[in-house]
Design a protein around this ligand. Structure first.
Ligand code: TXA
Ligand code: MG
Length: 339
């Protein structure tokens, strides 16, 4: 079983030495916990895929400490460099990943054979300290492929703890959903995955239009991270909006069968207005703040998944700001239960 390491000089030494000798280790980032490996060892990169049972066609994100380290991995002309500098000045370190043309030396294991590489500058101080000693680290979320993303060390321990030596405890993740991915390798900047940093915020910095996120409706396996069905819990998950809940209070089919149903609201206030008597009621924030909802969404889903309800009914926020990212993760988590 993995050892959960508390931050400190000793722990950092252990983590750095494991990484440089080709082990994979779970590390905290501000978004979700990552499963890290050095990028210059093929065996270490392969371990990421085997620990996660992740298909090799799903490319990894490389984490670097600053823009000059990014420049060593990507082909960037002057025009793009200026854009990157503006974006990193505004948002980095932080939850924004750039898809860029890769330099030759970047392993095909990382890019899944693509000509582009995804790179971000993570904000968590522990991750940054480690990067200074190891150099760039490839790190997908530290969960089994297709399951909910980990936002606390326990989530990692429960799901892949038997397959890795260490989990560095950096506390609960501040953002709670994965980074925004923006493809800047082509003519028009395009959001590939919504996150805490929105298209509007990016447009404001770039002073140009950004292609907004368009969810894939297919099950095209060329980018499994973008699959319609992803992040799934084991318990049946159904989503409702505030309006639906008001209109259709009898719609919970599990209720009629006498099943145990959990109902999750965005705010305490919404939970208190709930008309459900028999169900167990939960809420994600006191006041409906979507930042708080994002921070708690994967944690609550994982806790509820462990409580073996017959169904979890989950309120989704409006598609605005970080609500777009929360909506995206929840609708993919619920996709396999949709009939
Ligand atoms: O917040 C995050 O980004 C977290 C933390 C650990 O940094 N990482 C993360 O990694 O979410 P992962 O592997 O769960 O998701 C990475 C996704 C891939 O599934 C793929 O969709 C996209 O990033 N990606 C990676 N490289 C790409 C590329 N060259 N072109 C397009 N998409 C790419
Ligand atoms: Mg992931």
């Amino acid at each position: 079983m993995a050892e959960i390491l508390q931050p400190g000089a000793d722990s950092l030494r252990k983590v750095v030495s494991a990484l440089t000798s080709g082990e994979v280790v779970a590390l905290p980032t501000e978004t979700v916990y990552g499963l890290a490996a050095v990028i210059n060892r093929e065996d270490a990169l392969e371990k990421i895929f085997s620990v996660k049972a992740r298909p090799l066609i799903d490319p990894l994100i490389v984490h670097v400490v600053d823009l000059s380290s990014l420049m060593k991995l990507a082909d960037v002309d002057d025009v793009l460099f200026n854009k990157l500098r503006a974006l990193t000045d505004a948002f980095s370190p932080g939850p924004l990943t750039f898809v860029l043309k890769k330099k030759k030396g970047v392993s095909d294991k990382i890019t899944a054979g693509k000509k582009t590489v995804a790179i971000r500058l993570p904000a968590h101080p522990l991750f940054r300290e480690i990067l200074l000693q190891t150099g760039p680290l490839a790190a997908p979320s530290a969960n089994p492929f297709g399951y909910l993303s980990p936002t606390r060390p326990e989530h990692v321990l429960e799901s892949i703890g038997d397959k890795i030596p260490y989990i560095l405890d950096g506390g609960p993740c501040e953002v709670g959903v994965e980074s925004t991915i923006i493809d800047v390798s082509g003519k028009k900047a395009t959001i590939l995955r919504p996150g805490a940093i929105t298209a509007e915020q990016i447009e404001e910095v770039l002073k140009e239009k950004v292609e907004p996120y368009r969810p894939l409706v297919s099950t095209d396996p060329t980018a499994p991270g973008m699959l319609k069905q992803h992040y799934s819990p084991q318990t049946k998950l159904r989503l409702f909006t505030e309006e639906e809940q008001l209109l259709n209070t009898e719609s919970f089919e599990e209720r009629g069968k006498g099943g145990r149903v959990a109902v999750v609201y965005l705010s305490r206030e919404a939970a208190q207005r709930s008309s459900y008597q028999k169900e167990e009621i939960f809420w994600l924030s006191e006041d409906g703040s979507l930042e708080t909802v994002a921070r708690n969404v994967f944690d609550l889903l994982q806790r509820l998944d462990g409580l073996h309800f017959d169904a979890i009914y989950f309120q989704v926020p409006g598609k605005k700001g970080i609500g777009i990212a929360i909506n995206d993760r929840l609708s993919r988590a619920a996709a396999k239960f949709r009939t």
